[in-house]
Design a binder for this molecule. Structure first.
Ligand SMILES: [Mg+2]
Length: 198
């Protein structure tokens, strides 16, 4: 049994965008509906999307600003099964979310909307305002495992002695040797299966 097969629910934290929230779906939807630009998920091969999409960087910036400032109003959805699994986990330990987002309030309001009240009330949210530096928060919050879709973050965490888990997305698939999951079913099964043997 490796260290990823039996994780204490107290010891794991979650990135939000493209892990808990389906930010890619929202990005693609807004691009098509409001700018007439068709993007396929497989087109997004680099985390910094402006490096891989033939789309005006100003439009990309505008769409991301909308999702940062008003995720609820722009219809950001949770990833499939995320709410169900987070709700189950919340019964075992407080949930911890650490996001690079610079502003806490809009994503806090989004979490309050998508999570059941008691689950939201017992969760912790850190908005760092920076893509780098998650290791310091993970240490401060007493975590060891962290699920993220950004490989540079996973590299940072591994370097700091933590155990990152990549949430597979088109921009990280096949580009790393970290432990990974490709769905919330996978998180439930692989990471907390011993708590959910039903
Ligand atoms: Mg992310």
């Amino acid at each position: 049994m490796d260290r990823y097969s039996k994780i204490d629910p107290d010891s794991i934290g979650f990135d939000i965008d493209c892990v808990v929230a389906d930010t890619m779906e929202a990005f693609i939807r807004l691009a098509l509906d409001d700018y007439g630009i068709a993007i396929q998920p497989e087109d997004i091969t680099i985390y910094e999307v402006e490096k891989c999409l033939a789309v005006d960087p100003r439009i990309i910036g505008e769409i991301f600003s909308r999702l940062l400032d008003a995720p609820v109003e722009n219809g950001l959805q949770p990833m499939a099964d995320a709410v169900e699994v987070l709700t189950a986990l919340s019964g075992l330990a407080p949930l911890t979310f650490i996001t690079a987002r610079p502003v806490r309030e809009p994503i806090d309001r989004w979490l309050a909307q998508v999570l059941p009240g008691p689950v939201y009330n017992s969760s912790r949210l850190v908005a760092m305002g920076n893509h780098d530096g998650k290791a310091a928060y993970i240490r401060k919050l007493g975590l060891h495992y962290f699920i993220d879709d950004r490989l540079a973050t996973c590299v940072e965490l591994a370097g700091a002695g933590f155990s990152p888990i990549v949430f597979e997305q088109p921009w990280n698939r096949g580009q790393h040797a970290f432990a990974s999951v490709d769905s919330w079913r996978g998180i439930k099964k692989r990471i907390i299966c011993h708590e959910f043997d039903s």
